[in-house]
Design a protein around this ligand. Structure first.
Ligand SMILES: [Zn+2]
Length: 253
């Protein structure tokens, strides 16, 4: 229980950093100083504003300093990161690859939210995020004596990457290059358990995006020609597939 609590609190704190990072990425501002600014408007953060959710409650869901309204996405990011960290402890366990998974959910949560808001996956987070994630996973694999699982993980990432790349070439515009590059990291972390999990992650992304498009059309929230970002569905499907695989011991549901 203590481990979940510790992971949840750590996740909230990391989430505060991520909400600042996401805000900077959405503004195309420098990524440094994520803690020194209020997420959502960029005003200078006081000492208490560096605490997750506290800044949001203190400013009553807005920004008292400048009278700005704050996108509700930011407190959601912080709560979600707390939940994801606790879930990672539950599904991955207290092993050496856990830091890699905490990194993975942090990077992919940020990219999912940025894509959701801006329909864009910034390289300056995606590329270093992927590189560091793979280094952490490799280090975890060495310490957990699972070095033999790394080739399968990397080929899963490459497979997911190539499938989306083919779709990008064949169906222009439907799948962006950001999604193609994101697929590599998602495939690696899903496929570290077994390659079938990466397949489930890919199929799941299309199933989720398809279901969401139908719902949005039925409820007339989007028109047929509106573009729906694919990244958030890829991320959600990869998390779910990995959790399912780790919990059930089978790659396919
Ligand atoms: Zn403000």
């Amino acid at each position: 229980m203590g481990a979940y609590l510790a992971a949840g609190v750590l996740g909230l704190a990391v989430g505060r950093f991520l909400s600042g990072l996401i805000h900077a990425a959405l503004q195309e501002a420098p990524l440094g100083g994520a803690m020194r600014r209020l997420p959502g408007c960029g005003c200078r953060a006081g000492l208490w504003d560096r605490l997750p959710l506290v800044w949001w409650i203190r400013n009553r869901g807005g920004c008292r300093r400048g009278g700005h309204t704050v996108d509700a996405v930011y407190p959601v990011v912080e709560l979600l990161t707390g939940g994801l960290f606790a879930a990672a402890v539950f599904f991955v366990g207290l092993v050496w690859s856990l830091p890699a998974y905490l990194w993975f959910v942090s990077v992919t949560a940020s990219l999912g939210f940025i894509d959701f808001r801006r329909r864009l996956i910034p390289n300056r987070i995606l590329l270093p995020g992927t590189a560091a994630g793979i280094v952490l996973l490799a280090a975890g694999a060495v310490l957990d004596d699972r070095l033999g699982d790394l080739p399968e993980a990397l080929s899963s990432g490459l497979g997911y990457f190539l499938v989306l790349l083919a779709m990008n070439v064949l169906a222009r515009g439907a799948i962006g290059m950001g999604d193609v590059k994101l697929a590599f990291m998602l495939g690696v972390f899903a496929g570290y358990d077994r390659w079938e999990t990466a397949v489930t992650a890919g199929i799941g992304a299309f199933a989720l995006a398809g279901a969401a498009s139908v719902l949005l059309l039925v409820f007339r929230l989007r028109s047929r020609t509106d573009f729906i970002p694919f990244g958030p569905f890829m991320v959600a499907a990869a998390w779910t597939a990995a959790a399912w695989s780790l919990a059930s011991g089978t790659g396919l549901p």
